[in-house]
Design a protein around this ligand. Structure first.
Ligand SMILES: Nc1ncnc2c1ncn2[C@@H]1O[C@H](COP(=O)(O)OP(=O)(O)OP(=O)(O)O)[C@@H](O)[C@H]1O
Length: 298
């Protein structure tokens, strides 16, 4: 894989064995500066192992990680932010005390008040982490990942288990971080999250990357077909509809098409009513299903 000037990270032929288990078989990809890169895959695909190798938490069995074109140096840990799971927090500390204790660990931390404001923790300063809701806890973990003003941020399933409102809230904060030009590597089980946040996505399965591209590229490459459905009687009762390829499914007539516009033109040209029409455009979930034969748990 060629090293481009814009690449912040180059991952080359990573492989990791745990005794007899091949967790990561042969993984290569590059991450351009300033993008949000998503690593998606079913349980056991090798995402966590890959990320932990990149984070320098575990070594690879073989393969190379280059950061800014060079092997990672001792300063790598100072330049990256990792959103850990909340089990790593001290229960007896308040939000503010937790932030201050981590703040002291870094040579060039961010302004703590700005961080509290950005992560919407102002009203929660005195609250212990044990008394935070899921969304509040995730915002605290995100604040800790940002405390050293990192250039590269690792987010591990940032919104899993959050209600829709808290999830939107968290995405807004992540969008805001992206706007500053920071680079984000994200693992997620949520296709909606990947579609919303990621500029590029690599889909992993069985220790390998099986597809890579922007969300739209992946959809265009693997799932070109949209699905239109109408009440089955709309087509079943019309002999003229025989010219249109459709199949019955329960009480719906299903039409697969690579051009919604053309199909709608065909229907209207035959005076077929569009009442009750529904359209399903392919999503990343369809891409994932197509490639792995599985859906991702949300
Ligand atoms: N410390 C370990 N010892 C033995 N096997 C391991 C270890 N860590 C991971 N594995 C195995 O390696 C494979 C990949 O695991 P990994 O956790 O990287 O997958 P994942 O894609 O992150 O899955 P999930 O989405 O469930 O977190 C799995 O078969 C897992 O059981």
């Amino acid at each position: 894989m060629p090293l481009t000037n814009q690449s912040l990270l180059e991952i080359q032929h990573l492989r990791r064995l745990f005794k007899d288990t091949v967790a990561v078989k042969d993984v290569s990809f590059s991450v351009a500066k300033g993008i949000c890169f998503g690593l998606l895959g079913p349980n056991g695909a090798g995402k966590t192992t890959t990320i932990e190798i990149i984070e320098d938490i575990i070594p690879p069995t073989s393969g190379t990680v280059l950061y800014k074109g060079k092997p990672r140096s001792a300063s790598f840990r100072e330049e990256v932010g990792i959103q850990f799971q909340h089990t790593s927090l001290f229960d007896f500390l308040s939000v503010e005390e937790t932030l201050l204790s981590f703040h002291k660990l870094f040579a060039r931390p961010v302004d703590i008040e700005a961080l509290i404001a950005r992560c919407e923790l102002g009203s929660l300063r005195k609250r212990r982490s044990t008394n935070l809701s899921g969304g509040q806890l995730q915002r605290l973990m995100l604040a800790l990942a940002l405390i050293n003003n990192p250039e590269l941020i690792f987010l591990d399933e940032p919104s899993t288990g959050l209600d829709p409102q808290s999830r939107r809230n968290l995405w807004n904060i992540v969008d805001n971080i992206k706007e500053e030009g920071k680079t984000i590597i994200l693992t997620t089980h949520s296709m909606e999250e990947a579609q919303h946040l990621c500029d590029e996505i690599a889909i992993m399965d069985q220790g390998m990357i099986i597809a890579e591209g922007t969300p739209n590229e992946l959809i265009r490459t693997y799932c070109r077909t949209s699905t239109l459905t109408l009440p089955v009687e709309t087509l079943a009762s019309r002999p003229i509809a025989a010219e249109i390829e459709w199949t019955p499914h329960e009480d719906r007539a299903v039409i697969h098409t690579d051009s919604i516009d053309r199909t709608i033109e065909q229907l209207t040209a035959r005076n077929i009513s569009l009442t009750g029409l529904s359209i399903h455009n392919p999503t990343l979930e369809d891409v994932f299903l197509h490639l792995t034969g599985r859906t991702l748990r949300d």
